[in-house]
Design a protein around this ligand. Structure first.
Ligand code: FAD
Length: 106
């Protein structure tokens, strides 16, 4: 695609927000649906080498879909791996809810 950065920002917004609103206690069906969503996503993400890398990371560290907290934490870790490769600052994963769900507390 013409703009990997715009696509990336939009996609991370979608992924982190989806994780932030995933159920605290997902049913077995919800867990398997989320797993297949992420697997399918990594197959069709329209940046070939990004998708390739994501699939590799998902083999090493499979998605944690047992709860909202675990999925949010896992997604943060995935994003940090990409940040690291791109030479960007790492994000403090304790702040994912503040960033993607609750907003600043003041
Ligand atoms: P982004 O990295 O897009 O982040 C957006 C916002 O998310 C940040 O402003 C911050 O508030 C928040 N944030 C940052 N880190 C975290 C975190 N760990 N957890 C939660 N929130 C966070 N680009 C490439 O050039 N090469 C690649 O191989 C590549 N792979 C990618 C793989 C995937 C699955 C995705 C979705 C994107 C990929 N990108 C890749 C794009 C890249 O990650 C960035 O989206 C793009 O460079 C724009 O960066 P940005 O600095 O605007 O912030």
């Amino acid at each position: 695609p013409a703009d990997k950065e715009i696509l990336g920002r939009a996609t991370w917004t979608f992924l982190h927000t989806m994780a932030a609103y995933y159920p605290d206690k997902p049913s077995a069906m919800e867990q398997s649906t989320m797993k297949s969503l992420l697997t399918s996503f990594s197959q069709f993400y329209p940046c070939g080498h990004c998708a390739e890398h994501l699939r590799e990371e998902m083999r090493v560290e499979p998605p944690k879909v047992e709860s909202r907290k675990e999925l949010s934490w896992w997604m943060c870790g995935m994003h940090n791996k990409v940040n690291e490769i791109l030479g960007k600052d790492l994000f403090d994963c304790k702040k994912v809810d503040e960033r993607w769900r609750d907003g600043p507390s003041d």
